[in-house]
Design a binder for this molecule. Structure first.
Ligand code: AMP
Length: 437
């Protein structure tokens, strides 16, 4: 398909207006960017933005009336440099350079199986090759600006919905930092939300703000503007269970084990930091790409006290019972070991390629089923080693259940054994390296 190769932005003589030129095929298209009385920028009939930066970033995500969405800026000709100068100099990544966008599952060049990789140029993406592997604040220069509350002018919220949850919608956006800009997902709180929900969202933000791990969706910050917004790293591949549905042929078991191992690494980190997630499920594992998973949704999470190994909920709430260990339901007691139980259910969901656990049973029936010593059966595609691990995660007594240190090690051993079976593959070493995190 024909795509625009070049675009250029320059100020016009008429003050406050700009010309945006787009080369598409052999044709050059010119668009007028004007400012309304309130100083907002837009192309004719287009969405209005407070800053030119926000408009340009938006047009990279959405055509919004252009012949095509913006792709790449002109190579640094004097004209384009001059053009960019009046409005966009403080942020080198804006418009004058093509951005490395977050990998998505739709990107080309992914090879499904390490063993099948033949040519180096077709290597699949590794987590560390993505922009969300390292903390956006790993650069000390950026760290200087790290604050929980973000300035609205540095945030672009596009009307592109990535999903929706209890609080409202999650939208795609871009956040401008000191030296770079990053793709973000923005949880926008509904206007009708009660104060209690706002407080809950802020609690989620406080928890996420303390975490920094490649296998956990990082919080960039909170922005209080037209709505309360939680700005997070982008994991645009969607939830794990949805991704796996109907993909038995396409996604090999090794790929499923790879993703689950990453979840185990993220959970081991939480266990070490004495946090309990309390809502681990395939729906809360988001993919960056098909070889990179991150744990999300910390709405129910708790930081345990230094000397505590569990948290006792004051009362039962709207709980995901099918993912909960018996002691959560019976005694409202939550610990890393109860997260291990949920991890077992998440494993079951993944190895059954997105099936719903305990099919037709209702939550309370599940508890009876468990009490009788019954457990879900091994999904048809699930390797015996993996079923054995998930069964151990479903040990009734929490004291006898493995911790995440053990779970991660068992997942790693299994995943590495698959990688070494794919011997001779040039990807093999990379598989192991990726797994080390
Ligand atoms: P939640 O309210 O956290 O359950 O999120 C609802 C949906 O929004 C998820 O199922 C995802 O499809 C999407 N979503 C949430 N967080 C992100 C993120 N960090 N990156 C991309 N999509 C997200």
């Amino acid at each position: 398909m024909m795509e625009p190769l070049l675009s250029r932005l320059r100020p016009r003589k008429e003050q406050g207006t700009y010309a945006l030129s787009l080369v598409y095929g052999k044709t050059v298209y010119h668009y007028l960017i004007s400012q309304d009385k309130a100083g907002k920028f837009c192309i004719p009939e287009g969405t209005k933005f407070d800053t030119l930066w926000q408009l340009v970033e938006y047009l990279k995500l959405k055509a919004d009336g252009l012949i095509y969405r913006l792709k790449e800026a002109c190579p640094n000709s004097s004209a384009s440099a001059e053009a960019a100068a009046p409005t966009l100099p403080a942020h080198p990544s804006t418009f004058t350079q093509p951005q490395r966008r977050v990998d998505t599952l739709n990107s080309d060049g992914y090879t499904p199986e390490p063993a099948r990789v033949a040519s180096p140029e077709k290597q699949r993406p590794m987590p560390m090759d993505t922009s969300v592997y390292e903390s956006p604040y790993s650069d000390p220069e950026e760290l200087k600006d790290k604050k929980l509350f973000l300035k609205r002018e540095n945030l672009l919220v596009a009307d592109i919905e990535l999903g929706c949850g209890n609080f409202g919608s999650v939208r795609q956006g871009v956040y401008r930092m000191r030296k770079k800009q990053i793709d973000v997902a923005i949880k926008v709180l509904k206007h009708s939300t009660e104060k209690a929900d706002k407080d809950e969202m802020m609690r989620e933000a406080q928890i996420m703000h303390q975490l920094d791990n490649p296998y956990i969706v990082r919080l960039i910050g909170v922005c209080q503007a037209e709505a309360l917004m939680l700005v997070m790293e982008m994991a645009g591949g969607g939830p794990l269970h949805k991704f796996l549905i109907g993909k038995k042929e396409e996604i090999p078991v090794s790929n499923v084990a790879e993703l689950l191992h990453q979840v185990a690494m993220g959970m081991k980190y939480l266990e070490e930091k004495n946090f309990v997630h309390r809502d681990l499920a395939a729906r809360n594992v988001l993919l960056v790409n098909r070889h990179y998973a991150k744990i999300s949704d910390f709405g129910l999470s708790k930081a345990l006290g230094a000397d505590d190994s569990y948290y006792t909920a004051r009362s039962a709430g709207k709980w995901p019972l099918k993912w909960y260990a018996p002691e959560c339901i019976n005694f409202r007691k939550f610990s890393s070991r109860s997260d291990v139980w949920s991890y077992g259910v998440t494993m079951w969901e993944a190895f059954s390629y997105g099936q719903k656990p305990y099919k037709k049973m209702k939550g309370p029936e599940v508890l009876d089923f468990i009490k009788q010593g019954k457990r879900m059966e091994c999904p048809p595609e699930c390797p015996p080693e993996m079923y054995s691990l998930m069964s151990d995660c479903w040990t009734y007594k929490w004291e006898d259940r493995p911790d995440f240190l053990t779970v991660e090690q068992r997942m790693r051993n299994y995943y590495y054994s698959l990688a070494s079976r794919a011997e001779g593959s040039p990807q093999c070493g990379q598989v192991a390296e990726a797994a080390c995190g």
